[in-house]
Design a protein around this ligand. Sequence first.
Ligand SMILES: Nc1nc2c(c(=O)[nH]1)N[C@H]1C(S)=C(S)[C@@H](COP(=O)(O)O)O[C@H]1N2
Ligand SMILES: [Mo]
Length: 254
Amino acid sequence: MDATDRRRFLRRIAGAAGALLLGGCDRLSQQPQARAVLASAERLTAAAQRLLTPRAALAREFTEADISPVFKPNGSTDPAEPAYRALAADGFRDYRLAFGGLVRRPYSLSLDELRALPSRTQITRHDCVEGWSAIGKWKGVPLGGLLDRAELLPAARYVVFRCADRLDADGPAYYESIDFDDAYHAQTILAYELNDAPLPVANGAPVRVRIERQLGYKMAKYVMAIDVVASFADIEGGNGGYWEDQGYEWYAGI
Ligand SMILES: Nc1nc2c(c(=O)[nH]1)N[C@H]1C(S)=C(S)[C@@H](COP(=O)(O)O)O[C@H]1N2
Ligand SMILES: [Mo]
């Protein structure tokens, strides 16, 4: 989102809030429909504020000289799922990243469409809970703008990443979830390049998320769909992620 878009966005919010004030807040806000509009204006304002002044500090960024010679792949490194294999065999030409759930306008993007959007490049350190780290250069599209485009509904609270792979053939697909503080963090991107090359399969091709203030397991690879939800209690084990369902912390801030 550039400065002009941002201004337009804020004007739209101010317009909506103003219309409600002129209508007489008190009586209006007693009506369920008006309450929903107020709640949605509040959420939009909060989202806009995060875009302008990210609540969380930035993770440290490094220089080209710091980049690790090998970015160690971990967890799934070559998904066996037939649907994924078919996409990979064709260079991900038929891949579409779907945005859905509690949004007004669900949509999907091809890899080319994603690559055509304004991007961010960052050199950051990845810390795995197993005790190793690697520094890599990531290029991708900030998640916040992509969520705004879908128009979040008032009940929206979390962003769920649906992945293509299963660590255990009989188990659930890998998944993860974050709140809007992380989703709208300036360094949270849907990355499609690692070290100036298309993201390798081992590191999550064609798209993986970078959430730089969190541990490695939050950074879902092989992302196929992004769902906005009110709660993750009814998803898989109910703890908000594949590893969380095995006992890891949901909030893995570093
Ligand atoms: N879909 C998916 N995402 C995943 C994993 C996985 O197995 N599947 N492993 C996680 C863990 S524990 C880490 S440390 C990082 C590893 O990313 P890398 O392979 O690029 O090093 O991805 C995370 N995201
Ligand atoms: Mo990890």
